[in-house]
Design a protein around this ligand. Structure first.
Ligand SMILES: [Zn+2]
Length: 792
């Protein structure tokens, strides 16, 4: 531990051979611990279809994936009907009471994509129940069976749907559980979480709440991470830790997830006071929501992990007295090889303060023993902030340079083969740390620098404990281990192996705590946010600084030739890491090229005003790819003519008008009573569409509105657009939808109606993509919108 050795130890470790041995042993120990961490995060081997009936088999589940994800099956489509028939058939075949909840429901949560108006959908949820023997409550296994319009959803969420079918099979093959288990395969998750909203808000089986286990995927591979819980999760997390065979989850993920613009069905259940756990695998995000999300790219190891955990948790929650799950606090939890560490969240702040005190004590003792002066300790603290700032900045610059060379990365969540770039960022973080260390250690000394690193970790721990308690363990525990190792090293014979053993143990703690975070942050945030992973890599390096010190030649103490050699060797680790960063980034660029199997993503929509006969191409690409640029000549706001598309500025270009009908608007009744005019209209699409919308001009004040009996939120629109109140209806029935508008009389409102289908193949002027050009994963890719204004 940055403990500058006494003269005896100076002499001992100054002997290059002995120092080399210590460095090799410490490094080997940390590498072994790191390998253990990575093995623990690896997915299990998929079980074959011949596995015993009470086990989850990825190969059996995969047969369902193939049926569910045979083609895109967006809510309301004929393909979606076929998937639903398969699900109902399988669940009834297991002897389960199975029904379809067919209703119109509003969106859940605050969807980022719902800028276009109040959102509802017609949904058809598949609900099956396995009655318990003496139920204390209900356990809900939830996944969505719909896909996006732009891809078949082999992973998202055929994997979750198929897992639930296989879990249902395994559960019905064994003794009946104590509690009711309800299998909920929701519709219209992609559109608006409307299926989950309908179930949680109005299904009789949901009336008393219960425990929800939601299964998702936002990629094609990697470990299944339990990344979200309901509040006051201590007892739920305890069940997760003991009943999930592969418990990968961290209280930090909950905090990260809240900062991301994602939502799943779980949100709808939380809105209705359910408790539960949300799990997904997220690596391989390049295919997310794209045509490439086919069954063949699914990693069956991830599927096995999903199913193993879901089955283990269903059995455990199935036998637990569900009335005892209430806790009054959140837990801090994180994976370690062989299990899940968990402790009560109220320990977070005391532990953080304890770490701060321990680091302070170490500083005091270092000064008292004459290992460092106050000035050097202060310099160590000041200097330790440098790599913390520079490494994330460097990672950001590296990615900026790579996306300059390969602009197609901008539209991708993560590159197709991100591993080389991830390693490059880690190498870059190491290069920054080693360079900083080589430049500063002869000046302030190893002890003061190690103290500085621990001081920042302890301070971050306190800061996180206050602001982001679930993440505080990441800084607190390495700081505490480092301080205790330093104190132990000062108490042992400095010329013996004690100090090296102590600092290696502390380094091992840092590896166990921080390595999973570095590894999981890359897929969670994508390369554009690789700087966050670089930050945690640097914190890991700071926590293990005394081991880093062993990699450098002995500082000071030598004279003449030895000192010269030491000075010459000092930049070696930094140079090696810097070279590795450059080489790895180069390998990434060479390996991860766009081709037919890994196409560059592009975004294109077509929008026609059937009233004026004007049409245009629209794209959400900020810097259009060459293929897309062929359609575009400027920017436009869709809000003027196509308010359902939101108010973002889009790239646009002229298009030829297609011969397509706008939705028909028919007035059913128009009555004015006193100060209220009530208008009932029916909007009917004239072709198969995925959604339809209606907007009212912004000078008209809409006081209330319903669609097919569902009340809409009229308070959420802004009036600085031509169009004010509006609604978007996903999966509208062919006979159309009935909308009631209540407004002030005396004013003739304009109504703008739009509908949208998917696929541009028949549009005049559309040229099919070359093989190496693909479709970006988005809810509006390939959308074909037709709008028209009706004055009333
Ligand atoms: Zn999705």
């Amino acid at each position: 531990m940055g403990v500058p050795p006494t003269r005896a130890a100076d002499r001992a470790l100054a002997r290059p051979r002995r120092r080399l041995l210590a460095a090799a042993a410490a490094l080997a120990a940390l590498l072994a611990v790191g390998a253990g961490v990575l093995v623990d995060l690896a997915t299990p081997a998929p079980r074959p279809a011949t596995a015993p009936a009470d086990q989850f088999s990825a190969d059996r589940a995969y047969e369902h994936v193939k049926v569910v994800a045979a083609r895109p099956h967006v809510a309301g489509s004929p393909a979606n009907d076929q998937v639903r028939e398969h699900l109902v058939g399988v669940l009834r075949g297991l002897g389960l009471e199975t029904t379809v909840q067919d209703t119109v429901a509003p969106e859940a949560g605050q969807l980022s994509g719902a800028a276009g108006g109040a959102t509802v959908a017609r949904v058809r949820n598949v609900v099956a129940r396995l009655p318990g023997t003496a139920s204390t409550g209900r356990v809900f296994l939830v996944a969505h069976y719909d896909s996006v319009q732009s891809g078949p959803g082999g992973n998202d969420d055929a994997a979750g749907t198929a897992s639930i079918l296989e879990v249902a099979r395994a559960l019905t093959a064994g003794p009946r559980p104590r509690n009711d288990i309800v299998f909920v395969l929701t519709d219209a998750e992609e559109a608006c979480l409307c299926g989950a909203s309908a179930f949680a808000g109005s299904h009789p089986l949901a009336a008393d709440g219960g425990v929800v286990l939601n299964l998702e995927a936002r990629g094609s591979t990697g470990p299944v991470i339990m990344f979200e819980t309901s509040r006051d999760n201590a007892k739920l997390v305890d069940v997760f830790g003991r009943a999930a065979p592969h418990p990968v989850g961290t209280s930090f993920a909950v905090e990260i997830y809240r900062a991301l613009p994602n939502d799943t069905d779980f949100t709808a259940f939380l809105d209705h006071n359910f408790v539960g756990l949300n799990s997904a695998y997220i690596d391989g995000g390049a295919i997310y929501h794209t045509p490439l999300d086919v069954p063949a790219v699914l990693d069956r190891g991830s599927l096995q992990m999903h199913g193993d955990n879901a089955l283990g948790l269903a059995r455990e929650f199935g036998r637990t007295d569900l009335t005892t799950l209430h806790a009054d606090h959140d837990a801090t939890y994180f994976p370690v090889p062989g299990g899940l560490v968990r402790y009560p969240g109220w320990l977070t702040l005391p532990l953080a303060l304890l770490a701060l005190v321990a680091v302070g004590l170490l500083g005091w003792l270092l000064r008292r023993r004459g290992r460092a002066t106050t000035g050097r300790l202060a310099a160590g603290v000041g200097l330790a902030l440098v790599p913390v700032v520079v490494a994330p900045l460097g990672a950001w610059l590296l990615w900026a340079a790579i996306t300059k060379i390969r602009p197609g990365y901008v539209e991708l969540l993560d590159p197709y083969r991100p591993v080389w770039y991830r390693l490059a960022v880690v190498a870059l973080a190491a290069a920054v740390l080693f360079t900083w260390y080589a430049l500063t250690r002869r000046w302030v000394g190893p002890a003061a620098l190690a103290f500085g690193g621990l001081a920042w970790l302890a301070l971050f721990g306190v800061l996180l404990a206050v602001l982001v308690p679930g993440g505080a363990y990441l800084a607190t525990l390495p700081a505490l281990a480092g301080a205790l190792a330093g104190l132990a090293a000062l108490a042992t014979r400095l010329d013996g192996p004690g100090p090296v053993v102590a600092v290696t143990l502390a380094g091992a703690v840092a590896v166990v705590i921080l390595l999973p975070t570095v590894v999981l942050l890359f897929p969670a945030l994508g390369m554009a946010m690789g700087g966050v992973a670089a930050l945690f890599a640097v914190l890991l390096g700071l926590a293990a600084l005394p081991v880093v010190d062993l990699l450098h030649p002995q500082a000071g103490g030598q004279r003449g030739l030895l000192a010269l050699r030491a000075r010459r060797l000092a930049p070696l680790p930094a140079a090696a890491a810097g070279l590795a960063a450059v080489v790895l980034a180069g390998v990434g660029l060479a390996v991860d090229r766009f081709d037919a199997a890994h196409p560059v993503p592009t975004h294109l929509m077509y929008a026609l005003d059937a009233g004026t006969g004007e049409a245009r191409w629209l794209s959400r690409e900020d810097e259009p790819q060459p293929w897309t640029a062929g359609y575009l000549d400027g920017t436009a706001s869709a809000a003027d003519d196509f308010p359902a598309l939101g108010d973002a500025r889009l790239r646009s270009g002229p298009a030829r008008a297609a011969d397509l009908p706008a939705p028909k608007l028919q007035v059913l009744s128009d009555t004015t009573v006193g100060e209220r005019r009530t208008l009932r209209v029916r909007v009917t699409p004239q072709r198969p569409v995925r959604l339809l919308s209606l907007h009212v001009d912004s000078t008209t004040v809409v006081e209330s509105s319903t669609v097919d009996g569902v009340a809409l939120d009229v308070g959420r629109y802004t009036r600085d657009h031509p169009w004010g109140f509006g609604m978007v209806f996903h999966a509208p029935p062919p006979e159309g939808v009935e909308i009631t508008l209540v407004m002030a009389p005396g004013h003739r409102p304009l109504l703008r109606v739009m509908d949208a289908s998917d696929g541009l193949a028949g549009v005049p002027g559309f040229r099919p993509r070359p093989p190496d050009v693909g479709v970006v994963g988005s809810h509006s890719s390939e959308m074909l919108a037709v709008a028209r204004t009706y004055p009333l």
